[in-house]
Write a protein that binds this ligand. Structure first.
Ligand code: AMP
Ligand code: MG
Length: 426
């Protein structure tokens, strides 16, 4: 059966705007594919300007320029062990202890033949020495050390520049500044990094039925879930998030809140983008000058998702059902945020896995099934959780995977290869 009704057509979607109403049908052909919708988001999401910031503030940012080592690393030949710096030509033998080189306190003398210098890990290997013998392999008596075995030149010595040479790139452009990359920059003397500005994201929940968690629930009310979920997910994805006070399904209230949210780089709303009488978000946005790029994508859950732009602001309208909002956030909002931050591969990174149970495919829409993952030998097995409806956020919370079931006919049998996206977790 094809259900038909009248609805406005947005620019980029089908015909032209303003005020074109066409007969429109709920069929496959009328929906944008996931790939096409994601491509449209990425086309609109250009990297934000950059700023130079101290490395100490750069955790989680994305680099906007490459950074080069300011020094050789290590900056001097240093010892890898606690022991004695020696001349290998003197070994085996009994050597006179001529002094100490400790970390941060180099010995200002050259190592003479027949001598050894007591040395600690990370200390400068004195000139003239060509190896370090670990303390466990020597016998110390008064100011003499007996070394019973020969040593290879270079043994336990970290050569100057062995990790990286001054001037080499240590942080490339468009990379997330993970702890290890920050450590690399710091180790090479980089004090500041050029980073893409953190995207400012406004999150706005809409719906007259919503109540804050903790408050008493009146008739017909439910607890507001999405702004908390979305704001924490987007903050973890690198955004500076402001949660706008939630609004009822009231045109004036909604427009005022949307206008505030449109000052951000990204506005993410939840609820009110479907076809009900109280779904006012898209119309209100249109009146505020948002150009709709798409509405409705052939995915399940999350079909009524909308996306538009106003000047430089990206505007995502996620459906209100919490699982739909979650899926829309993973598939559209987070990729958009990554693109704004200048990451080169902003689309979600799916991993290969295997279905634990057979699943019937949806003929029209790509499904994203919540599942629990477990490792079995060298494959990840995905067990769909019971309760796959889009309001069932508690069932979803038991899952750690979104499994992509491409649209098509028939069933995907147990053991079928699928791709999946990690959700939640650390
Ligand atoms: P809507 O997209 O506005 O039609 O809402 C779809 C469903 O999601 C309805 O059952 C709403 O009550 C519910 N819903 C909407 N917004 C939220 C929210 N922020 N938190 C929890 N449920 C919501
Ligand atoms: Mg609603």
């Amino acid at each position: 059966m094809t259900l038909q009704f009248l609805e406005p057509v947005a620019p980029g979607n089908f015909v032209s705007w303003p005020h074109v109403y066409v007969r429109y049908s709920l069929t496959v052909a009328s929906l944008l594919t996931l790939e096409e919708a994601q491509e449209r988001v990425l086309r609109a999401a250009r990297p934000l300007p950059s700023e130079r910031i101290p490395v100490a503030n750069a955790a989680g940012r994305v680099s906007a320029e490459e950074a080069r080592a300011q020094v050789d690393l290590p900056p001097f030949a240093s010892s890898a062990m606690d022991g004695f710096a020696v001349r290998t030509a003197d070994l085996p033998g009994e050597l006179q202890i001529a002094g100490e080189s400790a970390a941060g306190r180099p010995l200002e003398a050259r190592l003479e033949p027949g001598c050894a210098v007591s040395i600690s890990t990370g200390a400068v290997v004195p000139e003239g020495a060509d190896a370090v013998v670990p303390i466990e392999r020597v016998v110390i008596q008064d100011n003499r050390v007996e070394i019973p075995h020969p040593a290879e030149p270079g043994a336990h010595v970290r050569p100057r520049g062995g990790d990286v040479a001054a001037g080499e790139v240590v942080v490339s452009t468009g990379t997330r500044l993970t702890p290890v990359r920050l450590a690399a920059a710091a180790a090479c003397g980089v004090g500041e990094l050029s980073c893409v500005r953190r995207p400012r994201v406004a999150v706005l929940a809409t719906g007259s039925e919503l109540v804050d968690p903790g408050a008493p629930l009146g008739p017909g009310q439910i607890y507001e879930t999405n702004s908390l979920m979305l704001s924490s997910a987007l903050a973890a994805a690198g955004a500076d998030v402001v949660v706008e006070p939630r609004v009822e399904d009231d045109e004036q209230e909604l427009k005022a809140a949307l206008e505030r949210g449109l000052a951000a780089d990204v506005l993410v709303t939840s609820g009110g983008v479907s076809v009900g009488e109280h779904d006012l978000v898209r119309a209100a946005e249109r009146e505020l000058g948002v150009e709709e790029v798409f509405w409705r994508v052939s995915i399940k859950p999350g079909k009524p998702v909308s996306f538009g732009v106003r000047r430089d602001t990206l505007v995502f309208g996620l459906p209100g059902n919490p699982v739909s909002a979650l899926v829309g956030c993973e598939l559209f909002v987070k990729p958009g945020l990554r693109a704004l931050q200048g990451l080169p591969d902003p689309l979600p990174r799916f991993e290969p896995g295997q279905l634990a149970a057979g699943l019937r495919r949806n003929e029209e829409r790509d499904e994203f099934v919540r599942a629990r993952s477990r490792v079995d030998g060298d494959v990840v097995v995905l067990e769909p959780v019971t309760g796959q409806e889009s309001h069932m956020i508690v069932r979803s919370a038991a899952a750690d995977a979104l499994v992509h079931i491409p649209r098509g006919n028939g069933e995907l049998a147990a053991g079928s290869s699928v791709r999946w996206l990690r959700i939640g977790g650390v």
